[in-house]
Ligand binder design. Structure first.
Ligand SMILES: *Cc1c(COP(=O)(O)O)cnc(C)c1O
Length: 431
């Protein structure tokens, strides 16, 4: 399969090059040249397939012959090594829990798939690949865990000192092996600026093969289609009007759902649910896309002022605003509404959700005011334990640490403290 740059000023590349490069030389996101629907019979008989078989059917056209069948199946098996349960909340509202992986956020799926693809594709190369990534929390943990022990790949994570939660810091700094953490004296934006500078610095890139692992990478984006199919497999009423409500920040997750629909999954529509960062809801009202600086909220994984995958959504819908508006609804909710939704779900249904999931739930409720017959599934994108400081005071109950968290919380942090770009550079070149 070939991929083209959405800026249309760079050559088309193979899956391998799209994964290793991340972003095209013209700074465009890569997009597959063709998208072929799956045969009807596969979708009608989806309950007869294992999760791994479903993953293979869904992804194979996007890889082509670049990874042989057996190796690709192995990668998928290792990616989908945990459950994706569809849980009833109330009449016509369910949640798809995406937090049963090793770092308890949906980013585990994309990170594990990308890590294994990169490991496979780079196996014959003499050159190590270095993944350089800046994180504000969830991405770093998922990438660290996903790449742990992958041959020929090393990972360097920059995170802002004292600005990630205790749980998140432990997930980044206690793994060892091929994972190194740099604790940066600064903000997330400072980390990101340093990473971007390194990618453009020939004195570094002449010496080493650098790549990024954020959601613009096709190998992180496309495997997120898997769990839309896995949700459908578990759905009892397959003829109902299925709508997904996706808590959205960079819009990678929802954009994968739209690809699943392109492949033929019978999804009636999508709700992009978000916090005060309301660029997409505003766009759908006015037709005008106006990025702006992000504002801080309690659902901070969605504090994004210029969602990077939005351009892929436009491409999927042929840049046709009217067609897009038929499929996509988008709402913004305040922190206060989000807290009330968390409390409501806890008191009424004994369900503890994280703030991002709560925003997704609110999306279902608002949509159903006008569409009573919609069967709405909201994505629960992280386990509430990852947002303890927000969740516990709202529900007035303490949350037990699941085994994945218990296993890291008492380990000793290992990180190198840096303050300047020069320190990053000498860290990279000294190794
Ligand atoms: C990353 C993240 C999101 C946003 O996902 P996008 O694909 O960027 O829209 C939502 N919730 C949680 C918990 C996340 O970590």
């Amino acid at each position: 399969m070939k991929y083209y740059s959405l800026n249309k000023k760079a050559p088309n590349v193979s899956f391998k090059d799209a994964v290793i490069k991340g972003l095209a030389p013209d700074k465009g996101l890569y997009f597959p040249e063709t998208i072929s629907p799956l045969i009807d019979n596969f979708i009608k008989s989806i309950h007869n397939y294992t999760d791994q078989e479903i993953g293979y059917e869904v992804i194979k056209q996007f890889i082509g012959n670049e990874i042989p069948k057996a190796a690709l199946k192995q990668i998928i098996t290792e990616t989908l090594s945990f459950d994706f349960p569809l849980v009833d909340i109330e009449n016509n509202i369910k949640t798809l829990e995406l937090f049963h992986g090793p770092t308890m956020a949906f980013k585990d799926v994309g990170a594990r798939f990308m890590a294994r693809c990169l490991g496979y594709l780079n196996v014959d190369s003499k050159k190590k690949v270095t993944v350089l990534v800046a994180t504000s929390g969830d991405t770093g943990g998922a990438v660290a865990n996903g790449f742990l022990g992958v041959k020929n790949v090393e990972v360097i994570i920059l995170y802002p000192s004292k600005k990630v939660s205790n749980v998140q810091e432990k997930q980044l700094t206690t793994l060892g092996k091929n994972i190194k953490a740099l604790e940066v004296d600064g903000t997330f934006d400072d980390c990101q600026t340093m990473v971007k500078k390194a990618f453009l610095d020939p004195s570094i890139t002449d010496q080493m093969q650098l790549t990024s692992a954020n959601s613009i990478n096709v190998a992180r984006w496309l495997p997120q289609m898997f769990y839309f199919f896995l949700a459908y497999k578990q759905l009892k009423d397959k003829d109902s009007k299925l709508v997904f409500s996706v808590p959205s920040g960079n819009y990678g997750n929802i954009c994968a759902g739209m690809m699943a629909k392109k492949l033929g999954l019978p999804i009636h529509g999508f709700i992009a649910a978000t916090n005060a960062n309301d660029i997409v809801p505003k766009f759908l009202q006015t037709g005008d896309y106006q990025p702006k600086p992000s504002v801080q909220t309690i659902s901070n994984a969605m504090d994004v002022g210029d969602p990077s995958n939005f351009i892929r959504i436009l491409e999927i819908y042929g840049n046709d605003f009217e067609i897009l508006k038929n499929d996509l609804h988008s709402y913004s909710f305040t922190d206060d509404e989000t807290r009330k939704a968390m409390l409501h779900m806890y008191e009424k249904f004994k369900y503890i959700s994280d703030p991002h999931g709560a925003v997704g739930y609110l999306g279902c409720k608002l949509y159903q005011k006008e569409n009573q017959d919609a069967n709405c599934v909201f994505l629960e994108t992280a386990h509430p334990v990852k947002f303890l400081d927000v969740v516990e005071p709202v529900i007035e109950k303490s949350i037990d640490f699941p085994p994945q968290i218990q296993s890291v919380i008492h380990k000793t942090k290992e990180a190198t403290f840096i303050s300047t770009y020069l320190e990053l550079k000498s860290f990279l070149l000294d190794k």
